[in-house]
Design a protein around this ligand. Structure first.
Ligand SMILES: [Zn+2]
Length: 138
């Protein structure tokens, strides 16, 4: 973040992403069981309904501090049903870190961060550029 502002038009994009309730629950479960470490995973959409996240591909191991290392290893194969990433923050803040923003910009279109207490509204979704985006629970 610099001290200057980009002058850009505010384009309001309507929420186009959806996530299955059970998928979100799984994210919370993984976040809880990995605590106090972070957990990392990939978001996969349905083959037919391409705007709905139906599956989380859980990455083995834990992420301690450096989110990229674990993601980069798993992102080599091109799988078009993978639309983004998910990871947890062992804190009440779902704000992306510098490392997270770097990761978001590199791979995928929708990125979820789950924060403590890993339930309810303790999660946020971001675009590749780190803008907050709406994801509807279905
Ligand atoms: Zn993070």
């Amino acid at each position: 973040m610099g001290f200057f502002r980009h002058k850009k038009k505010i384009e309001y994009t309507k929420a186009s992403w959806k996530i299955k309730r059970e998928c979100l629950n799984l994210i919370f479960e993984c976040a809880k069981s990995s605590f106090p470490h972070e957990f990392g995973g990939l978001l996969r959409v349905d083959d037919k309904v391409k705007d709905t996240i139906t599956e989380v591909v859980i990455l083995p191991g834990t992420i301690s501090g450096d989110s990229h290392a674990i993601f980069q290893m798993h992102m080599r194969p091109i799988d078009f049903s993978i639309v983004g990433t998910v990871h947890s923050h062992p804190s009440p803040f779902a704000r992306p870190s510098e490392a997270d923003l770097h990761l978001f910009g590199k791979y995928g279109k929708v990125h979820i961060i789950a924060a403590m207490p890993f339930s309810g509204k303790a999660w946020k979704a971001y675009s590749y550029s780190g803008e907050k985006i709406e994801v509807e629970i279905v």
